[in-house]
Design a protein around this ligand. Structure first.
Ligand code: SAM
Length: 445
C-alpha cells in the first residue's frame, strides 16, 4: 500500500538563519575555522544556498555582532549564570550569545529572540536540557538591558592582544585601536576612473587618499560600476603600498602573495607588466576572475614563492601572509582565531619570503614589503632584522608626499604605519581604515 504523503513541517521563520549563525560561530569559537572559509568556497556551510537574501543578511549581522561584542556579551551573560556557561553543552553558550546580541543590538522583538533561542537549544542533543536556562537568562537580559555598560568596547578585545598593543603603542593608543575595532567599517573602493563621479553615483565620498568610501548596504555585485569593472573592493590602507613605487609604466613588477588581487589590479592599472604569484590555486582562480572583470592584464601563476625561480624584477611587492590584526573591523573572527603561536610561525614565514623577495629584485630595484598586521614582529621588527642581516638592502624612507600628504601615516623610521582609528570622522560609520605596515626598500646596485 502506498504510504500517505507527509510534507516536512515548515520551519519556524528565522530559525534557519539563527541555526546557521550558531553553527558558524561554533566553527570560529570552538574549532578555530575562519569566518570567510565558512561563508564561501569549498568549506562553506551547506545550509547557505537555501537561505533567502534577507535571512542571509540577518545571519551575517548576527555573526558579526556576536564576534565584535563577544567580551561584552560574555560579561553580561555571566552575571546571570551562577555556575558559568554549561561545559557539557557548548552550544548553550553560542545560543545565549546569539539571543543576547539580538536583544541588545538587533531590531528583533525580545519575545522572538527568546523563543527562537529556546528552539535552537532544544534542537541540540546536549543543549536541549538547558532550554529552560536559556529562556530564564535571556528574559533577564531583556529586563535589565538599561543597566549594562554597552559603550565600553575595550572589553571586546582579548587581553593578549590588548597587552601586546599597549606594550608597543602605549595604553592610550591600544584602547583607541580597540574602540575603533568595535565599529562596522564602510565599504572602500579603488576606482579606475574619476573618483569624484563614482563617489557621487555610489553616494559616497572621496577620501584624501583617493579611495571612494560608501556606506551602501546590500550585495556589492548590484552596485553601479561592478559589472562594468569600474572599481574593486579594497580598504583605503590596503591601497597605499602599491603607490609607493612611483611611476610604474612599462616596468616589470612581481606581485608575490598576490591573491585575490587588489594590489595586482592597482599595479596593472598603473601600467606595469605584472607577474602575480600565489600558492593557493583557488585564490589564483579568484584573482583571474577579478582581473577579467576589471579588464586588466597580469601574468598569473599558482606557485609557492619560496620555490619560484625567475629573472629579477624592476620592482617587487610582497604582501605577506600575516596575523591580520589590522583588519579586525572587517574580520571580527581574527582575535578569536589567532594567538601568540600563530604570530611566531608567521614571522618565520615572512622572513623567508622577504629573503626570496630580495633575491627577486634587480640591483637598484625597489621592494615594498607590507602586512595588514598591527604586530611589530611582522612589521617594524621584520624590516630591522632584514636590514641587519642583508647589507645589500637599504630603506628608502616613505614621505607624506608618497601617501597623499597623510604625514601621520608615517613612522619615525620612514615606514607606513596606519591604525584603525586614523582618518576619524564625527560619524564613526565613515571613519577609520585598516591597520597596515609597509616598508620601501632598495637593493644595492
Ligand atoms: C595578505 S594575502 C594577499 C592579498 C593580496 N596581495 C591582495 O592585495 O589582494 C596573502 C596571500 O599569500 C599567499 N601565500 C602564503 N604563502 C605563500 C607562499 N609561500 N607563496 C605564495 N603565496 C603565498 C596566500 O595564499 C594569500 O593569498
Amino acid at each position: 500500500m502506498a504510504r500517505p504523503r507527509t510534507s516536512p513541517q515548515p520551519e519556524v521563520p528565522g530559525l534557519a538563519a539563527r541555526r546557521i549563525a550558531a553553527d558558524i560561530l561554533d566553527g570560529v569559537l570552538r574549532r578555530r575555522l575562519a569566518l570567510d572559509e565558512q561563508l564561501s568556497g569549498r568549506s562553506a556551510h551547506p545550509g547557505l544556498p537555501a537561505l533567502a537574501d534577507r535571512d542571509r543578511a540577518l545571519m551575517r549581522r548576527l555573526i558579526a555582532t556576536v564576534l565584535r561584542r563577544l567580551g561584552t556579551l560574555r560579561h553580561v551573560l555571566s552575571g546571570f549564570l551562577e555556575k558559568g556557561f554549561p561545559a557539557d553543552a557548548p552550544r548553550t553558550e553560542t545560543v545565549l550569545l546569539l539571543g543576547a546580541a539580538q536583544i541588545l543590538w538587533l531590531d528583533v522583538p525580545d519575545h522572538a529572540a527568546v523563543d527562537l533561542s529556546v528552539r535552537l537549544a532544544q534542537a541540540d542533543r546536549r543543549a536541549g536540557r538547558y532550554a529552560g536556562l536559556v529562556n530564564a537568562v535571556l528574559r533577564r537580559v531583556a529586563q535589565n538591558r538599561d543597566s549594562f555598560a554597552l559603550d565600553d568596547t575595550v572589553r571586546d578585545t582579548p587581553e593578549w592582544l590588548l597587552k601586546r598593543w599597549s606594550a608597543h603603542y602605549g595604553a592610550e593608543v591600544a584602547q583607541a585601536i580597540a574602540l575603533a575595532n568595535g565599529h562596522e567599517p564602510a565599504l572602500d573602493l579603488t576606482v579606475k576612473g574619476d573618483a569624484a563621479s563614482w563617489a557621487e553615483r555610489l553616494r559616497g565620498r572621496v577620501l584624501p587618499t583617493g579611495t571612494v568610501r560608501t556606506i551602501a548596504h546590500g550585495a556589492i555585485t548590484l552596485l553601479p560600476g561592478y559589472s562594468e569593472g569600474a572599481w574593486w573592493v579594497q580598504d583605503a590602507a590596503a591601497a597605499l603600498p602599491a603607490h609607493l613605487f612611483g611611476d610604474l609604466r612599462g616596468k616589470r613588477v612581481a606581485d608575490l602573495c598576490a591573491a585575490p588581487g587588489g594590489k595586482t589590479a592597482q599595479l596593472a592599472h598603473a601600467g606595469a607588466q605584472v607577474t602575480a604569484i600565489d600558492r593557493s590555486p583557488a585564490r589564483v582562480a579568484r584573482l583571474r576572475e577579478n582581473l577579467a572583470r576589471l579588464s586588466l592584464h597580469a601574468k598569473t601563476e599558482a606557485l609557492d614563492v619560496l620555490e619560484w625561480q625567475a629573472e629579477p624584477f624592476d620592482a617587487v611587492l610582497l604582501d605577506a601572509p600575516c596575523s591580520s590584526t589590522g583588519t579586525i573591523r572587517r574580520h571580527p573572527d581574527v582575535p578569536w582565531l589567532k594567538g601568540e603561536t600563530e604570530i611566531t610561525v608567521l614571522t618565520g614565514l615572512q622572513q623567508k619570503l622577504l629573503d626570496r623577495a630580495v633575491a627577486l629584485t634587480k640591483p637598484g630595484g625597489t621592494l615594498v614589503y607590507c602586512v595588514c598586521s598591527l604586530e611589530p614582529e611582522e612589521g617594524e621588527q621584520q624590516i630591522e632584522a632584514l636590514l641587519a642581516r642583508n647589507p645589500n638592502v637599504a630603506r628608502a624612507p616613505i614621505t607624506a608626499a608618497d601617501v597623499f600628504g597623510q604625514g601621520d601615516f608615517i613612522s619615525a623610521q620612514g615606514d607606513l604605519r596606519t591604525l584603525p582609528q586614523m582618518l576619524p570622522d564625527a560619524d564613526p560609520r565613515w571613519g577609520g581604515l585598516d591597520g597596515f605596515f609597509a616598508a620601501r626598500l632598495v637593493r644595492a646596485a
